[in-house]
Write a protein of this length. Structure first.
Ligand code: ADP
Ligand code: MG
Length: 347
């Protein structure tokens, strides 16, 4: 079915590592392109090219070595992806990045489909902070390049805007009282069919994912709704590959889409150990046009991220047979940096 022998992956972090491993199991070679010379994924790929994401010469070299291109983070310049696309297929399509790289375009797209996000307003200059009282307390988020809570500010009253530098574009989102956060991993194939994983329950600490758990403790109505929305979003984006939809559930059990990640996702790491087919394998299968495998949960599971210096406690620890420790072997430890994770399978 597939003619892909070499998969090009832009981005070289832990998601890249797990994509390379999945590709290897399917006999597909990988080339990593990344702007960090210490990229941890280079140790798992057949080849590694280090270059800036707008370095045309290096990008050409990369493109010439691969049959199909995908990415493990969404903030690659769209013009770069479009140039690659003139020569080799890129999945998912760069138009997806155009929408999702920008929080306001993303939210607008979601709401237009009749799917709710929390209330928000574009704050592109200090003039836009009129009549925003109903959004307070709120969270001010940069429209682009935010991740793990970076570029976010809690706004409790109008004075809090004084410390904001309006050189950036922002959206102000109403801060809701969260009952729960969940995510859905979905893989859509080139024939338009999708496979979907069970909802994952997530706990964030300091706006960074801390733990993910399956099965999630949600009622059937919410479970069906979040799956239905994910299928609709993937379809409307004409999405190819694995993506993640992050949701909020508020105190009155209302479901909102928080954001879409057009890539494999941290909350889906547990699919490696707890499913017959991981989100990473599903992604490789989809972008390389291999046959779909229906995901089946084999075990309940918990994933915990290991952040910063906490990694040192794990490196010499002994693990039980149901515990799977994954060290990303990053050269530098930094506070708030994801260094590894552990998955614990439960009966
Ligand atoms: P990032 O793009 O950095 O992942 P998110 O928008 O997903 O940023 O926010 C990170 C976390 O912050 C969320 O998972 C949630 O825990 C919290 N958060 C973000 N927006 C809101 C909100 N409007 N109301 C309540 N909590 C929020
Ligand atoms: Mg998020």
């Amino acid at each position: 079915m597939s003619n892909t022998k070499v998969l090009g992956i832009i981005g070289g972090g832990q998601l890249g590592i797990m994509l390379c491993q999945a590709a290897k199991n399917l006999d597909i070679k990988t080339v990593i392109y990344c702007d960090d010379e210490d990229s941890p994924a280079q140790n798992y790929s057949e080849n590694f090219i280090c270059g800036k994401y707008d370095d045309e010469t290096k990008i050409k070299e990369f493109t010439s070595q691969v049959d199909v291109v995908t990415f493990e983070f969404e903030n690659i310049p769209v013009p770069t992806l479009k140039k690659i696309q003139q020569i080799k297929p890129v999945y998912p399509d760069p138009n997806v990045n155009f929408i999702i790289q920008h929080r306001s375009k993303e939210k607008n797209f979601i709401n237009q489909l009749g799917i709710k996000t929390v209330d928000y307003k574009n704050i592109y200059s200090c003039k836009d902070i009129e009549n925003i009282e109903k959004l307070l307390p709120g969270i001010l988020k940069t429209t682009t390049l935010g991740y793990d809570g970076k570029g976010q500010y809690i706004i409790s009253n109008l004075q809090d805007f004084e410390k904001i530098d309006f050189k950036n574009e922002f959206i102000l989102e109403k801060k809701i009282n969260l009952q729960k956060e969940i995510s859905i991993i979905i893989t859509r194939y080139q024939n338009g069919n999708s496979v979907i994983y069970d909802p994952i329950e997530n706990i964030h600490k300091d706006q960074i994912l801390d733990t993910s758990k399956i099965p999630s403790n949600i009622d059937d109505k919410i479970a069906n709704q979040c799956k239905k929305y994910a299928i609709k979003l993937a379809h409307e984006l004409n999405y190819i590959g694995t993506m993640c939809v992050e949701y909020f559930i508020d105190e009155s059990n209302e479901l909102f889409v928080n954001e879409i990640a057009p890539r494999v996702h941290n909350s889906g790491h547990l699919t490696i150990n707890a499913y017959n087919v991981s989100q990473f394998e599903s992604h490789v299968r989809s972008v390389c046009n291999l046959e779909a495998v229906e995901p089946v949960m084999k075990s309940a599971a918990i994933m915990k991220n290991i952040i910063g210096d906490d990694i040192f406690d794990y490196k010499n620890r002994e693990f039980k047979s149901n515990e799977y420790f994954f060290d990303y072997l990053k050269k530098k430890t930094k506070p708030k940096r994801k260094m590894g994770h552990i998955i614990i399978l439960e009966d």
